[in-house]
Write a protein that binds this ligand. Structure first.
Ligand code: B1M
Length: 217
């Protein structure tokens, strides 16, 4: 196995120390950091997302894999910055106002980072105004909204409306969370719904690819 394959396997299996070891070895082999991300980290997290979608692994395994990815990233991030490599797409994510549940939102954020998005995480209980301010500040390609309570679904409606009213027409909005459905997504005019963190990566990639062709932000 090549070092990149070993790194990819270590991350997908959540082997923290091996992830660090093989990331360092890849750096020592003079593999460009962007290539390490593209050929080891991204495929590892994509595999984790696929396994999660197929119910072959569950939240704990996913969190452990995410931790291993972060371990490798601590070595790679400074080198990526030094090399002037920045992710092509930016995403903002948050749990909507009134809702404190953030475990699923955090998983989606991690998976998006694993897919090489720059992710600005606004946290939980985020007001529509705060989402709008963040959209104006960061000019993201994508906004992710999470809600876990039926009582906070209206806050998702308000947030989608506020972002649209702010004139950020090119930004794509993805929504998710236990009570959210595809039908609700269509009703409130969001661009996409993802039932889980693995699907959220597919949906994000699909939307930004379409948006990049339509109209860049
Ligand atoms: Co609360 N809670 N909770 N809770 N909580 C639920 C959601 C509930 C279903 C429990 C129940 O009654 N059976 C219920 C909601 C009922 C409803 O509205 N239909 C509930 C309630 C009622 C409440 C309180 C009102 C309880 C009270 O105080 N009386 C209160 C509300 C507080 C508030 O938010 N204002 C409350 C509080 C809490 C805690 C703070 C104690 C804690 C949250 C801690 C935290 O998040 N930091 C908590 C927890 C842990 C839960 C349960 C047990 C677990 C939620 C979770 O983290 N799941 C939950 C019951 C349950 O789900 N079994 C429950 C794991 C997580 C990985 O899954 O978040 O669904 P999930 O995320 C998934 C997908 O939904 C999707 O991908 C993720 C990964 O696959 N997804 C997205 C999520 N966001 C996405 C965004 C996307 C795409 C996909 O795109 C952007």
């Amino acid at each position: 196995m090549t070092t990149l394959e070993q790194l990819s396997e270590a991350i997908s299996l959540g082997k923290n120390k091996d992830a660090r070891l093989f990331a360092q070895r890849a750096i020592d082999e003079n593999i460009p950091p962007a290539q390490i991300v593209d050929h080891a980290l991204v495929p590892a997290m994509a595999l984790v997302g696929e396994r999660f979608k197929r119910n072959e692994i569950f939240v704990p395994e996913m969190l452990i894999a995410a931790r291993a990815m972060k371990e490798a990233m601590t070595l790679l991030e400074p080198r990526l910055i030094a090399a002037g490599v920045t992710p092509k797409f930016t995403a903002i994510i948050g749990t909507v106002q009134g809702d404190l549940h953030d475990i699923g939102k955090n998983l989606v954020a991690t998976m998006w980072k694993g897919a090489n998005f720059r992710v600005v995480d606004l946290g939980a209980n985020v007001s529509p105004a705060k989402f709008v301010a963040a959209v104006q500040e960061h000019r993201p390609h994508l906004v992710g909204l999470s809600a876990l309570l039926t009582t906070t679904m209206p806050a998702m409606i308000d947030t989608v409306r506020a972002i649209r009213a702010s004139g950020a027409s090119a930004v794509k909005i993805v929504i998710g969370g236990a009570p959210i459905t595809q039908q609700f997504c269509e009703e409130i005019g969001a661009d996409g719904y993802a039932p889980d963190a693995g699907s959220a990566v597919d949906k994000a990639s699909e939307l930004v690819a379409a948006g990049a062709i339509d109209s860049p932000p």
